[in-house]
Design a protein around this ligand. Structure first.
Ligand code: NI
Length: 227
């Protein structure tokens, strides 16, 4: 399931991010690509150890901690430090699947990538191409969101970034290990939680049906979660 979350960052935050990023030093995206991805990856990124990447990454995580939709959709257990990339004219990232296990840079920690996240940091009107294309059971979905918006998709999906043909596509990408490993289970829990919120707004969160459904939600998490 592909889930879009609007306004993770405000437009003012995006302007501030871009101002800081535009002055930073960038490296080839090949620095962190595995052997298969290296054949198809063609972009630039902020070095993960750079203070700019670490500071902006912390701000993204802080913004996400305030997003009820993000928490409900991802049920995050551990989140890798966000990375920042840019694609100029002719740059792209061909079809690939993200690595299943990723190391936290500078540590011996590893985590399983269950959910992939892209936070867009350029307005769609400022570049052509650069769509994120995610293949799923219902065909390929093309994603190109306003700056500040984010998309989540299963890390198990084949996906690509189309070549940019004008301007520059700038984004923040990261991976997380969810408390709920199974994509279908996570998807069901998100739908159930959204339904509980809607029902609560209609009949009140203390209505007997709301209370029972909330109980079912927590008991499913109890059955399925790893912590
Ligand atoms: Ni990828």
């Amino acid at each position: 399931m592909l889930i879009c979350i609007p306004e993770v960052l405000s437009k003012d935050d995006v302007v501030e991010f871009r101002r800081v990023m535009d002055r930073a030093d960038w490296e080839s995206g090949l620095k962190t690509a595995g052997p298969q991805a290296a054949l198809v990856k063609n972009n630039r990124q902020l070095p993960s150890a750079s203070p700019v990447a670490q500071d902006l990454g912390a701000r993204v995580l802080e913004a996400l901690s305030r997003s009820a939709t993000f928490v409900s959709a991802a049920l995050p257990l551990k989140i890798l430090p966000p990375m920042f990339n840019r694609y100029g004219d002719g740059e792209n990232f061909g079809v690939h699947v993200d690595n299943a296990i990723r190391a936290v840079p500078g540590t011996s920690l590893r985590l399983r990538a269950d959910v992939s996240c892209t936070l867009f940091l350029a307005e769609p009107t400022n570049y052509d191409g650069g769509e994120l294309v995610v293949e799923g059971h219902y065909g390929a979905q093309h994603v190109k969101l306003p700056a500040g918006d984010m998309v989540l998709y299963p890390s198990s999906s084949l996906h690509k970034v189309e070549p940019v043909t004008r301007g520059e596509r700038v984004a923040c990408v990261f991976w997380l290990q969810s408390m709920i490993r199974d994509n279908q289970h996570r998807s069901l829990l998100f739908d159930l939680d959204q339904t509980i919120q809607e029902l609560g707004a209609e009949v009140g969160p203390d209505h007997a049906a709301s209370v029972r459904l909330t109980g079912i939600y927590h008991n499913l998490i109890r059955a399925w979660a790893d912590t």
